[in-house]
Every structure is written in C-alpha cells, then in structure tokens.
Design a protein around this ligand. Structure first.
Ligand code: URA
Length: 330
C-alpha cells in the first residue's frame, strides 16, 4: 500500500467517524450492510431510476449508494470528502433534470404550469412561483401586524373549512416571533389536536431532536403547519382547506420574517411553493419564497417509518445551519 492510499484511507476513516456521530445525534440505530466486495464501486443506476420516485411516500430509495471494500453499503459517501462532493455533484437532484427557472417564471399563474412536463437542469437556488401573491422572487410584503392579531382573526371557533367539524381545537404556530428559522408541517395530528400545539406527538418529538441537533431549541425557532385543524384520520388537507388556512401562515411568515423556512414533507413543500414537484426531488436544494430561503426536506413522520432517511434530513439541516452561520450566503 503506498502513502497516498494510506492517506486516503485515514481520511475516509475520519469522515466516516464524523458521519456516524451525526447519525447517532439523530438517533439512527442501524446502517444497511452488504456482502463484502473487493473494489470501491459506485453502484451505477440511471438518472431516470434515481428520480422516478415522485414523493415522500415513494418506496424507491435514492441511489446514492456506494459499495466499499469492507462490505458496508453506504447511502452516500462520507461527509466533506472530495469524493463526496464529486459524488453529490454527480447524483444529487441539483445536477439531475429539474424544472427550469425560465419555464417557471413564465408560467406564474397556475400550478399546472409550475410543474412543466419538460424538465431542464435547475440552479442551486431556484425560485418557484406562488399563486397567492404572484411572483415569488419579490420580497415578503411589509406588515406591522402582530401574531396575536392574526390568531384573534382566525378565532378559536374558526369554521372556514370542514375541518372544523371534527377538530378539538385550532392549533396555531408556536415559537419565537423573531426566529431566523421556521419549520412548516402539514396539519396537526391527534396529539396536537388534543394539546393545541404543533409537533408535540411522536413526529414532533423527532422534530425537537432535529432542532436540538442543530444546536437550537423549539423556543428559538418558529413552528407551524399549512393547516391548523386536524384532518380526520390524519388525511392530507384538500386544496379547499389549504386555501382557507394558508393565507394566515403567509401572514405569519411576513411577521416573523425568518431567514430560512424548512418545509417538511410533500404537503408543506408543494403548498407553500405552489409546485407539484415531489419532495424527493426538491429536498436538499434551497428554493426561494419571497426572498426567503426555503429548504424542503422529509417530514419527521416519514423518518419514523423509514429511519434511513434521517441521513438526508441531517444533510439538509446542515445546509440550513451553514447558511444561517454564514449570515445568509449559501
Ligand atoms: N405532523 C404535522 O405535519 N404537523 C404537526 O403539527 C404534527 C404532525
């Protein structure tokens, strides 16, 4: 073994140790192992295989898969390594066919057009359009209203949509009204409906862990949902329900003016950004919403079903932490 191979191996070991530490912080308990192979092979699959999975609930795994001499199959290479960067550049969604900015900005009026049939490469930060205010590339509207005013207007007995019939209570957002970071989910579940606070059930506890792994706390961020009332049986809110509730969330965003919004899962991502592009494609790439950076990532409830996806969420959250630490530059 020559010197450069030795150096490469020790660099890999350091990278792997770091990666394992991050995974432990997120509570990942197992890593998939495979039969030993002799060479460091990338498992090559076509882009179309990589991206055919549309959304969060798809079973198709991302194919960021490496087989290593020790037989462990990793989902992506060790953090920070040059190899990882090359690898990510060659496989991540940012380099895979994505809808182009031009197509999107020339089709601002309808969801259908925002999800064009022809996909072109996407830039690192991409602007998606939002149907309520029009052009999402302009900055957030200025407002001097308060969260209290918004909650008063919503009212405890809101009956703007049918969700009021089965809910226990309206679940408003919580957290720091001056937060730099905001998390948006889909709608309250049973625990949230009972306790009147977003993300307090099992998925919420995992979200709290993620926030803490980012060296933040629930009190220092702002947490809300697209819809404030629990849909019966935890079904997804339908467009008429979203239409009634989302304007209040947008008003909250204008009050809080976060630097980054993390949208968790398809429902939050697609409804905030006004796109039909799935979370599997969008996650890990900053989007923009009225000048605010938006990071799409998987919903914590999905992570409970498939803990292997925690790694991707952690990568996404690292990008968010780095962005905030760099004071707003990617
Ligand atoms: N899932 C969500 O999307 N929101 C919550 O508040 C809880 C679970």
């Amino acid at each position: 073994m020559n010197d450069s191979t030795r150096k490469e191996i020790s660099r890999l070991v350091i990278d792997i140790k770091e990666q394992v530490q991050y995974l432990e912080e997120l509570g990942v308990e197992t890593l998939a192992a495979d039969l030993p192979v002799n060479t460091f092979n990338r498992v090559d699959k076509s882009i179309s295989q990589k991206t055919k999975a549309g959304g969060e609930h798809s079973d198709s795994p991302r194919v960021d898969t490496l087989k290593r001499p020790d037989g462990i199959t990793t989902k992506s290479p060790p953090k920070n390594s040059t190899r990882q960067k090359d690898f990510l550049n060659s496989t991540r969604i940012s380099s895979v066919s994505r809808p182009s900015k031009e197509i999107q900005s020339s089709n601002q009026d309808s969801d259908k057009k925002v999800n064009p049939p022809v996909e072109k490469p996407m830039t690192k930060t991409q602007t998606l359009t939002e149907s309520l205010f029009g052009d999402a590339s302009v900055s957030l509207p200025k407002t001097d209203e308060t969260l209290e005013k918004i909650y008063k207007e919503i009212g405890g007995d809101c009956s703007r949509c049918v969700l009021c019939e089965k809910r226990t209570q309206v679940v408003n957002s919580v957290g720091d009204p001056d937060a730099d970071l905001m998390f948006i989910g889909e709608a309250p579940g049973a625990d949230e409906d009972e306790q009147g606070e977003p993300f307090v059930g099992r998925a919420g506890k995992l979200l709290t862990k993620i926030i803490e792994a980012m060296k933040l706390s629930r009190e220092k961020v702002f947490i809300g949902n697209i819809n404030r009332c629990r849909p019966p049986g935890n079904r997804q809110p339908v467009p008429e329900e979203v239409e009634q509730c989302k304007p209040f969330l947008i008003r909250e965003i204008s009050v809080v003016r976060p630097k980054v919004i993390v949208v968790m899962g398809n429902t939050a991502c697609q409804n905030l950004l006004g796109t039909k592009v799935g979370i599997t494609k969008l996650r890990g790439n900053f989007q923009e919403y009225y000048g605010v950076k938006v990071m799409p990532t998987f919903h914590p409830a999905y992570l409970l079903r498939d803990p292997r996806k925690k790694r991707e969420v952690w990568e996404d959250m690292k990008m968010v932490t780095d962005f905030l630490a760099n004071n707003g530059s990617e």
